[in-house]
Design a protein around this ligand. Structure first.
Ligand code: NAG
Ligand code: NAG
Ligand code: NAG
Ligand code: NAG
Ligand code: NAG
Ligand code: NAG
Ligand code: NAG
Ligand code: NAG
Ligand code: NAG
Length: 275
């Protein structure tokens, strides 16, 4: 039926009368770009062309969003933590922080030849610190496409950690390697989205490179059981509430099989997905 195809194509992912995209990026509810379009201020997306490209970009907090998926992940451009030596006396230093990242979909990567990188996080009020190191002396020893400890190292991210702080440091001020590697860098990146090469030793920081990373989002920082008793409980109609205290710290709504859309409204959620 042609008519139903049209309806399906227009299946609302945003609230009625709300923009459902920003540039190329779809903006599904609970996210929104205008007042009245998002669930609460956490889900506000600033759709702005105030950047060097003059193109519309969705900004959440201070990061550029690359995509949002209703399974509770969004992908954004993350900048590395760095420690850089302009010369022996001039050091630039930046750490980065994240609340909640997907431990299954990202890895932690450090780039440098005089580099120790930390991934610090917390769990149950206790601090954890992990990371990796890479020391090398000559850029000819570095192998493009390989991140096994020479110029580049990586580790998996343990499950259940929160409040990440990333820090990159050097052992000896990049003195010996400064010509080809002035900086230590560390970042979290979507698996398989980073292909190391020597150019990153030279210019990762100078180019202001960013990398895609997968961040968790959910609806509320509480259990379904508690949320369900509230009048503004959003998982209604053909959707179910589920707890995720592993990759997130609260609950999300998920459409029942065969349904997509505005999960607070049975009317909209009833639109069947066409496979
Ligand atoms: C869902 O859709 C219904 C009907 O179109 C609308 O009244 C309601 O405000 C929407 N809810 C959200 C949270 O978008
Ligand atoms: C959105 O971002 C622009 C550019 O950075 C800024 O001028 C504006 O104040 C922001 N809007 C809101 C509502 O935060
Ligand atoms: C500018 O646009 C290009 C192509 O859309 C994109 O790859 C690049 O990341 C953008 N740069 C900035 C600073 O937004
Ligand atoms: C955990 O680390 C933070 C930041 O480094 C620090 O402020 C806090 O005191 C530490 N907590 C414990 C229990 O050591
Ligand atoms: C990360 O953890 C290491 C080891 O505990 C500590 O030396 C470092 O100061 C921590 N970095 C930050 C930014 O908290
Ligand atoms: C990574 O880059 C190397 C060369 O620098 C290339 O041979 C390899 O195919 C690339 N791998 C991926 C997965 O893109
Ligand atoms: C590694 O890749 C860089 C560009 O990313 C290139 O300049 C360099 O020659 C490559 N090295 C080798 C050994 O292929
Ligand atoms: C840095 O930018 C230059 C010029 O745009 C480009 O040729 C080079 O590949 C970039 N290097 C990295 C590490 O992104
Ligand atoms: C890197 O790019 C981001 C986004 O365009 C910008 O906010 C930031 O100021 C840039 N940093 C540097 C050091 O140029």
């Amino acid at each position: 039926m042609a008519a139903s195809v049209v309806v399906l194509a227009a299946a609302p992912i945003a609230k009625p009368n709300c923009p459902d995209r920003c540039g190329d990026v779809k903006i599904p509810y609970p996210f929104g770009t205008r007042k009245g379009c998002y669930l609460d201020p956490f889900y506000f997306i600033n759709c702005t062309d105030d950047n060097s490209n003059k193109t519309l970009q969705p900004i959440h907090g201070n990061v550029v969003v690359r995509s949002i998926s209703l399974d509770g992940h969004f992908e954004f451009s993350g900048y590395p933590a760095s420690e850089c030596y302009k010369n022996v006396n001039s050091i630039f230093y930046r750490i980065t922080t994240f609340d909640s990242i997907s431990y299954t979909q990202n890895v932690f990567v450090a780039v440098g030849c005089d580099t120790i990188a930390y991934l610090n996080g917390t769990k149950n009020g206790r601090n954890f610190s992990m990371g990796c190191m890479s020391v090398c002396q000559d850029s000819n020893d570095v192998v493009n496409g390989s991140c096994l400890g020479i110029g580049c190292c990586q580790v998996e991210i343990p499950r259940g950690l929160w409040d990440f702080t990333i820090e990159a440091r050097s052992f000896s001020g990049h003195k010996e390697v400064w010509k080809f590697n002035p900086c230590s860098n560390a970042f979290i990146v979507k698996k398989d989205a980073f292909n190391f090469s020597t150019k990153y030793l030279h210019a990762l920081y100078t180019n202001n490179s960013s990398f895609p990373m997968v961040v968790n989002w959910g609806i509320g920082i509480e259990t379904c059981k508690i949320a369900r008793s509230k009048s503004d409980f959003p998982c209604r109609g053909n959707s179910k509430c589920y707890d995720d205290f592993v990759d997130y710290n609260g609950y999300r709504c998920r459409c029942n099989p065969g349904y997509v859309g505005n999960q607070t409204s049975p009317m909209v959620a009833k639109i069947p997905r066409r496979e």
